[in-house]
Design a protein around this ligand. Structure first.
Ligand SMILES: [Zn+2]
Length: 146
């Protein structure tokens, strides 16, 4: 059962590595590295899973428990990967203060934490929400005139 224990320990290590950063803001390059690591780890798990199934089939043993454990650990890694992708998506709409590292909306001009100027361009008030749905009174049937 040493293979399985090894797998579980690896899963915990990966979880800790990501978990430590989950609460705090991480820059996207680090997240991308974590995602790559996770993808790597998932690949190894699949390889391991294949080996387990192969050996079981070859030796005529029942590997369903180990398969289950491995599938669960892979699912766990996929969840972590998902969390990283969510963080990356969130970061896409955020800008980080160069001074204090605070997270600010992408269109913020000044850091909401320390007040450092975030925008490099001149502040422009022309930014408009791009949802301009023209409200036309649809009166196709019947007239409501009062
Ligand atoms: Zn700041």
């Amino acid at each position: 059962m040493s293979i399985l224990e090894d797998v579980v320990v690896n899963a915990k290590t990966a979880a800790n590595a990501v978990g430590k950063k989950a609460g705090q803001l991480v820059d996207s390059s680090k997240l991308k590295i974590s995602a790559a690591d996770l993808n790597n780890e998932i690949g190894k798990r699949f390889e391991n899973l294949g080996r387990i199934v192969y050996n079981a089939e070859k030796n005529g043993t029942d590997a369903s428990e180990m398969v289950k454990e491995n599938v669960e650990s892979i699912n766990d890694l996929y969840e972590q990967l998902d969390a990283i992708h969510q963080q990356l998506t969130a970061l896409r709409n955020k800008t980080l203060c160069k001074n204090c590292g605070s997270e600010n909306p992408i269109d913020a001009l000044y850091c909401n934490h320390c007040g450092t100027r975030l925008a490099t361009e001149e502040p422009e008030e022309e930014a408009q929400p791009e949802e301009e749905t023209e409200v036309e009174p649809a009166q196709e049937s019947g007239t409501t005139e009062e």
